[in-house]
Design a binder for this molecule. Structure first.
Ligand code: HEC
Length: 159
């Protein structure tokens, strides 16, 4: 009888201890998650503030070009900032490589591989303005040496 009571007490004691351990574990995980959340929020805030400083907003003409780019789905064949289709070339920095006249002619008439979208001269000019803006905002390929440890990179420091 006596041994049985002692046994039950011991079991209860053991359950109590393991519950305590479990609770402190949950509390620890909770603390770690809170810390991670705070760190992530601070990091996000910092990255956004850091990026905003360098932001170059597109003007009205370039914005219209951006809209046409989306409507005509140019991205299905072309990449900007390395993202998009692969049938045509990446156009992020095409404005630095070609003259405006070249871009205008290309977009207006297309080639055997690039379709002619029957765009008006205004629409073509908007698209060219947009490509010129895109060129100022980033690089298709960023050299590893230009990447900041936050994952961003400095546009001005590019060669
Ligand atoms: C069906 C796929 C396709 C679509 C959609 C497309 N393109 Fe192209 N584009 C190409 C291909 C392929 C080339 C390369 C053509 C060549 O070299 O003959 C090209 C080339 C270009 C070039 C010239 C690049 C250079 O090296 O000089 C520009 C600028 C361009 N496209 C802009 C656009 C714009 C703006 C749109 C949307 C209105 C668009 N493209 C939609 C396939 C496409």
């Amino acid at each position: 009888m006596m041994t049985r009571i002692i046994f039950i007490c011991e079991q209860r004691h053991k359950i109590g201890i393991s519950l305590k351990i479990l609770l402190s574990l949950i509390e620890m995980v909770n603390r770690i998650l809170t810390l991670l959340l705070i760190a992530f929020s601070c990091y996000s805030l910092w990255v956004y503030l850091y990026c905003d400083e360098k932001r170059i907003a597109p003007d009205a003409i370039a914005s219209r070009g951006w809209k046409i780019w989306q409507e005509k789905n140019c991205q299905s064949c072309h990449q900007v900032y390395g993202l998009g289709g692969y049938m045509g070339p990446d156009l992020t920095n095409i404005a630095a490589l070609r003259t405006e006249q070249h871009l205008r002619t290309f977009i207006k008439y297309g080639t055997g591989k690039m379709p002619n979208f029957q765009l008006s001269d205004d629409e073509v000019n908007n698209l060219v303005a947009w490509l010129i803006w895109v060129n100022k905002t980033g690089k298709a390929k960023v050299p590893a040496s230009a990447v900041h440890w936050t994952g961003t990179y400095n546009i001005e420091r590019q060669e």
